[in-house]
Design a protein around this ligand. Structure first.
Ligand SMILES: [Zn+2]
Length: 201
């Protein structure tokens, strides 16, 4: 941990993310002390320790530049996203993204397509309406995750065997879960098309 406001962050009691469309959570970035003007870092989405997607991030004053490579075309996409702060009642400050489309302040952006946007603008509602095999798999996986006591969202990885659960039950749930994750990841990869981290510099 490091950076401004370290150790003085608000505690966030928000709902866990339920999306599999690569959530970019400014709270996680802040917690890692990466939100420092001028800083460059790469952000990765891991499933079972395997990187499934990644982007490069440059932190500017009150904005971030997200860059990634569209796997389908090899095109480099750069998107500037504004950030803002609000004071915490416990002191320090809380960081937010400003959704590039609706200008609402949000903690998490999603990239269901070419650009990052908030959950509403990001087309996740659209994804639900036109739910494909991958989305259904991910919804089912999330139900299993709930039984396992794991944080929702397949990109959040596994949380181990819950206390008091029989090993056999755990193994059955986990292997069902892992199979669903494979289906879902395949679909995410097809939809997003940028599975490879763009290496800058
Ligand atoms: Zn929005």
């Amino acid at each position: 941990m490091g950076g401004r406001g370290s150790g003085r962050q608000c505690s966030y009691g928000g709902k866990p993310e339920t999306s599999d469309s690569m959530p970019l959570d400014i709270r996680k970035i802040t917690r890692k002390g990466l939100l420092v003007t001028g800083n460059r870092f790469s952000w990765q989405w891991l499933v079972n320790d395997r990187q499934v997607a990644g982007i490069s991030v440059r932190v500017d004053l009150q904005s971030m530049v997200l860059s990634y490579c569209m796997k389908s075309t090899g095109e480099v996409v750069e998107q500037q996203v504004q950030t803002q702060t609000s004071p915490c009642h416990l002191g320090g400050q809380r960081y937010w993204f400003t959704c590039p489309r609706c200008r609402k302040r949000v903690a998490v952006l999603y990239a269901p397509g070419r650009y990052f946007a908030c959950r509403q603008c990001g087309g996740l509602g659209y994804a639900t309406q036109k739910e494909g095999a991958g989305d259904r798999a991910s919804t089912k996986a999330d139900k299993l995750r709930k039984r396992l006591g794991w944080q929702a969202g397949i990109l959040n990885g596994g949380g181990g065997k819950p206390k008091g659960m029989h090993l056999k039950t755990y193994q059955r749930l986990k292997s069902n879960h892992d199979a669903l994750v494979q289906v879902s990841l395949h679909d995410i990869g097809r939809k997003l098309g940028f599975l490879h981290k763009l290496l800058e510099e």
